[in-house]
Design a protein around this ligand. Sequence first.
Ligand code: ACO
Length: 445
Amino acid sequence: MSPKKSKKSTDTVTITDNSTGKSIELPIRRGTEGPSVFDIGKLAQTLGLYTFDPGFRSTASCSSAITLIDGEGGRLTYRGYSIEELAENSTYLEVCYLLWYGDLPTKQQLQEFTRTITYHTMVHEGLRDFYKGFRRDAHPMAIMVGVVGALSAFYHDDIDFSEQHSRNIAAHRLISKMPTIAAWAYRYSQGEPFPYPRNDLTYAENFLHLMFSYPTEPYQVNPVAAKAMDLLFLLHADHGQNASASTIRLAGSSQANPFACVSASVGTLWGPAHGGANEAVISMLEAIGSVDRIDMFLERAKDKSDPFRLMGFGHRVYKAYDPRATLIRKVCNDVLRELEVDDPLFDIAQELEERALNDDYFKSRNLFPNVDFYSGIILRAIGIPTNMFTVIFTIGRTIGWISQWNEMMQDQGMRIGRPRQLYVGRQHCTYQPIDKRSNEETQSK
Ligand code: ACO
């Protein structure tokens, strides 16, 4: 099969199956920005051939108007607004509104939205009991998968998710309840009481209150910590068709309950190649321990026989510095200074970055720090335990997942996601009764 540009028109690609001589002209679709695609929708019915692209290296799975990543230029926009401008001027809740509704809110719209989110932060009392079923040493992401999925048992009833109004309610519930669910996962692991949310606090302040307050004394939110937390939520809010966003689209394409679908995305995010990397970065920096051991770890990262990778480095789409990492690195400096925290891991991280960026291995592969490289240092300075880092990512990313799900549900052409496969297994086997099977025969298969 030889894909080549058609001579007749620049807006098509011609695919020819050389074994049969059959051809098809496939339309090229161009977005407003970013790489174009050619639409293979009619390929199978015309040529009887499917495409093969494990890991989606060359495949766009959908069209989307939410987030643009310019991987070569190191640029990220939400609904057309640059991440730098949003980080400088906006707040997490305003960005949630932007991602969900598609436009920045008016003052009144933002007030109403903020009020809706603030007044739905409590969860059903029955949901509190779920936590008791977990071991105390369970990873908080494991608890998140379970408790977020359990929301589907509380909000299934007669809701019709094909209606926009029902989807709005689901979105409001998820955004507002996620910090409560997340903080309680931590409190449970500590054997501490579960505080109720406070409606007089902002989104980020309330999360810190849920994490760190005690019923025995008033809790003062540190404004530096709250500002940094809000920014981290904002920077993690969406990132296109990554593994966890693709998960919610695939799960949701069966028209499953959205709370169950979000739980599937939480599970996907947990992996160290995805959102679990922020936790893995801290473990790596601790293992490095001092600046003089950096080179040894760099050598390990370059050694193909060693599974070790530089965590927080590299990205499928960015072939330049991740713009979120630039912003987080700067905030990291500010937070450590303002909170008067001296974290030796920050020194190791900066030195590691510098050496990696000057190393041919990383330069030739365009490997730069990603969003996870510095975020953990800020979280440590705020007092967030390492195993909660991916949970924080989960809170911020919830709006992205459900916005992707909503966009898919609005698409009139939406169908259940159902990839094909290239079958490479055995054929036409005859079942042998167990007493007629020899060891060699079984093992050879
Ligand atoms: N350390 C060492 N080498 C690396 C790293 C790394 N962190 N990342 C990529 N490489 C190398 C690969 O070994 C490969 O080398 P080769 O061409 O000699 O075989 C080359 O760079 C390309 O890497 P791929 O694995 O093909 O890139 P892919 O797009 O599949 O993976 C990923 C991207 C998973 C993010 C990868 O860079 C990685 O594992 N990074 C570390 C984990 C991490 O930080 N994940 C968070 C990503 S951001 C997020 O999800 C929120």
